[in-house]
Design a binder for this molecule. Structure first.
Ligand code: TXA
Ligand code: MG
Length: 350
């Protein structure tokens, strides 16, 4: 691990001139030198490096403390960059690109000859996406390279949705962060396997199953998402993830039942936190109550989910209880992340 002064490049005006702003120019010089920089995308912040260089990719893994068997997503700014990155593009993948790129959808495609071997962790496929964030696109274009980028958090922590989250995880470990303000979607891209006959969702995310089906017909979830005995096809899905420091427990109940759990813990002298939503935040009494969005608008929950999980780390709670959400639309991605944060611990009211 190299030690760096971590520079923050603030880019607060996102417009047509972004390509030529000095902050992006400086960040792109680091990318061209096979160094790594963090940058905003529409989903979460990424930690980027040259996807053609094993040296750059090794730096990404080292800065995050990421297990080497977990492959990275490659980010491109236009489809000509697919040359050398993938060996061919199946018909259904073409339709998905047309419908959802630029945007929060990662396609798993047969790997091309120029991809650095460490990007794919030895797999024959590669994950590719075209982000829709102006800063991400400008950085890729200015660097003239496809950029491999996992989420810019320390491995195991919730993904970062602000430059401040990145700084608190990676300061001293990377040369710089482009600060483009909070990200929009808030959960990571949907990862779909396009190497199979039926498109398979390996990781639920910003694009929903319903939206995919409107374009390519039948789409399936990887069985490992529901059945924990199956090995996931997306290596990253097997790791504990998104965990706040205090134990986190999901509660599938009405507010009264959850409040009873809190009261019992408080009677034992514990400090208790609740992860809730705007609608219910006044229904509880606890030491710390953090609302994330409104359950009537699941996109608002996705948007603030990781910020809320991280906010508990600024408190001294001994345990956190969290509400569950309907597994519909982006609720599938929200629940996938919450179940991982809770390490599978869910209490159900009979
Ligand atoms: O929204 C996002 O996807 C963000 C932003 C920065 O683009 N990136 C992100 O990357 O979430 P990361 O590395 O945190 O998650 C990538 C996921 C992991 O679960 C990984 O195992 C999976 O994608 N993945 C990457 N390449 C794969 C491949 N060839 N086959 C199967 N899964 C793959
Ligand atoms: Mg990640």
């Amino acid at each position: 691990m190299e030690i760096h002064d971590t520079k923050i490049w603030t880019v607060d005006k996102i417009d047509g001139k972004i390509m030529n702003c000095p902050q992006i120019e400086e960040a792109s010089l680091w990318i061209k030198k096979n160094e790594v920089v963090a940058f905003p995308t529409e989903t979460v912040y990424g930690l980027g490096g040259n996807a053609f260089s094993n040296e750059a990719v090794e730096r990404i893994f080292a800065a995050k403390g990421r297990p080497g068997d977990n492959p990275l997503i490659v980010h491109i700014a236009d489809e000509t960059q697919l040359n050398g990155l993938v060996s061919h593009v199946p018909e259904q993948a073409k339709k998905l690109m047309e419908a959802f790129w630029p945007g929060p959808l990662t396609l798993i495609l047969p790997k091309g000859e120029h991809v650095a071997s460490k990007v794919t962790a030895g797999l024959l496929s590669v994950g590719v996406r075209m982000p829709s964030h102006a800063i991400a696109l400008a950085l890729i274009q200015k660097s003239g390279l496809p950029i491999a980028a996992p989420s810019a958090n320390l491995s195991g922590k919730p993904s970062p949705t602000t430059a401040g989250h990145v700084y608190s995880d990676l300061k001293g470990r990377i040369p710089g962060i482009i600060d483009g303000g909070p990200t929009g979607v808030g959960v990571e891209s949907t990862v779909v396997d396009c190497t199979t006959d039926v498109i398979t969702i390996l990781r639920p995310g910003g694009v929903t199953k319903e939206e995919l089906e409107a374009v390519v017909g039948n789409v399936q979830f990887d069985p490992a998402l529901h059945d924990h005995k199956e090995a996931p096809k997306s290596p990253g899905m097997k790791y504990t993830h998104y965990a706040p420091n205090a134990p986190f427990v999901l509660v599938d109940s009405d507010p009264e039942f959850l409040q009873n759990l809190v009261d019992k813990d408080k009677a034992c002298g514990k400090k208790v936190g609740i992860l809730t939503t705007g609608e219910r935040k006044d229904a509880y009494h606890a030491d710390v109550i953090i609302p994330c969005g409104y359950r009537s608008d699941l996109k608002s929950v996705a948007h603030s989910l990781y910020d809320a999980l991280r906010a508990f780390n600024e408190t001294d709670v001994d345990i956190i209880y969290g509400e569950v959400f309907p597994k519909k639309g982006v609720g599938v991605a929200i629940m996938n992340r919450l179940e991982k944060s809770a390490g599978g611990k869910v209490i159900k009211e009979n």
